[in-house]
Design a protein around this ligand. Structure first.
Ligand code: PLP
Length: 431
């Protein structure tokens, strides 16, 4: 057999494995050190009581033959898809149908898998720095990738590519920079995608953290987006589902790939005669929706009934209030971190509509050097920006997912250790 040689194009190590290795080595060297992670991408607060109640109830249903559930509907149970459409879209004036929603076991698998619907020839644009899944899943498939630099100079707003691209991954609020696009800035991308017949794969995993009024919660708030965008949602950071696993993907029926592939695939998938397909609209409607349904029904056997009942509970009045309180807890950490680090002289981005802060490293330090300093001197773990792409050099990512106590403790340690060790922060450098 021959292996898929595209895998040789992947970067050698996985960022978080490297970090874990360094932390483990430090703990062996200093077993008494109380290491605090501000790099953690996982949540720390427990599930909402409404979710726990729904999980218990669903588990009890599994104990009786009359209420037992086996394989579920492949797109997800109606009760959850209806709740999603009602609360996440129609309540905000967005017209999404339940059959455009596919329940998933979290956003990562759908984001990684959706590229299977695309031709290997598609050119893919990603922001730099970037959530690595967009890049790696396309490297595995052998696609060419174009990087869109997001820097402090351009306010972390990517510029339109200088060459035609077929697919664009956008993630807002962004991981890792914690920055957002307002409606006007996102409209530029929707207009570009429509004019270039490109597809936007929009990752809205952190939309629940948005506080500012002009930041869109969904790309479908932008007119025309249903023609050009797929949107991925996750309950992981919205409601602490990193262990429970549930999310969903919206594939609008208005989405169409460009002909001629679109025409052939449409005729096979929608049982239509290719000759009778009009060049646009009409019978071709629903092609990507149908392709994704076909892909999922072949390779995915659904999200567990328990997870879907748990997700449904987030939309009850109690569930909404409880999850909102947890998000406010994390955003309290974000505010504390922003304020404290700014006072210490760091240049801090993000953390306003997002649980992530993107922090410039001190004078003359690379992101890995600053990581090492933080670990060895302050016993605090951060994530080196260079692990998210070339433009991440000179930054580290901090997250607000810790406990209040640990966040406060870590900030105090950084505050005390910096001057003692003579580390000069970015603002001092510019003065
Ligand atoms: N998208 C982004 C930008 C993320 O940061 C993450 C997780 O950290 C995911 C998707 C994956 O979320 P899930 O837990 O739903 O797979």
């Amino acid at each position: 057999m021959k292996v898929n040689e595209n895998f040789t194009g992947l970067s050698e190590n996985y960022l978080f494995a490297d970090i874990a290795k360094k932390v483990k080595a430090f703990k062996m060297q200093a077993p008494d050190a109380d290491v605090i992670s501000l790099g953690i991408g996982d949540v720390t607060q427990p599930l909402a009581p409404a979710v726990i109640e729904a999980l218990h109830k669903a588990a009890d249903e599994m104990a009786t033959a009359t209420t037992f559930r086996g394989y579920g509907p492949e797109r997800g149970y109606d009760f959850l898809r209806e709740a999603i459409v009602t609360h996440d879209f129609r309540a905000h004036g967005i017209d999404i149908e339940a059959d455009e929603v596919f329940v998933s076991d979290g956003a990562k698998s759908d984001i990684g898998n959706f590229q299977e619907l695309l031709s290997p020839e598609c050119v893919v644009a990603v922001t730099d720095p970037v959530y690595p899944v967009y890049v790696d899943s396309n490297v595995m498939a052998g696609r060419r990738i174009v990087a869109l630099p997001c820097t402090a100079e351009n306010g972390f707003v990517p510029e339109l590519p200088s060459e035609h691209v077929d697919v664009i991954y956008l993630c807002y609020p962004n991981n890792p920079t914690g920055t957002t696009l307002n409606k006007e800035q996102l409209k530029v991308w929707v207009d570009y995608a429509i004019s270039e017949e490109a597809l936007i794969l929009y990752d809205a995993a952190y939309e629940a953290y948005i506080q500012s009024k002009d930041v869109p919660h969904s790309i479908y708030e932008i007119p025309g987006a249903k023609q050009c965008a797929v949107e991925f949602h996750s309950y992981s950071k919205t409601a602490g589902f990193t262990g429970i696993r549930c999310g969903y993907t919206v594939v609008p029926k208005a989405l169409l790939p460009a002909p001629p592939v679109g025409r052939r695939a449409a005729s096979q998938l929608l049982s239509k005669d290719e000759d009778v397909l009009p060049p646009t609209g009409g019978a071709r409607e629903g092609l990507l929706n149908a392709l994704w349904n076909r892909r999922q029904s072949t390779k995915f056997n659904g999200t567990s009934y328990l997870s879907q009942r748990a997700a449904e509970a987030i939309y009850t009045p109690e569930g909404k209030a409880q999850t909102k309180a947890t998000i406010a807890y994390y955003m309290g950490n974000a505010r504390l971190m922003r304020e404290a680090l700014t006072v210490m002289g760091f240049k801090v981005y993000g953390g306003v509509d997002s649980p992530y802060l993107w922090v410039s490293t001190p004078k003359g330090m690379t992101s890995w050097e600053f990581f090492d300093w933080m670990l060895h001197s302050a016993h605090v773990v951060c994530t080196p920006g260079a692990g998210f792409g070339g433009q991440g050099e000179g930054f580290v990512r901090l997250t607000a997912f810790g406990t209040h106590e640990n966040t406060e403790k870590a900030l105090e340690r950084i505050r005390q250790t910096l001057p003692r060790e003579g580390v000069v922060t970015i603002q001092e450098r510019t003065i």
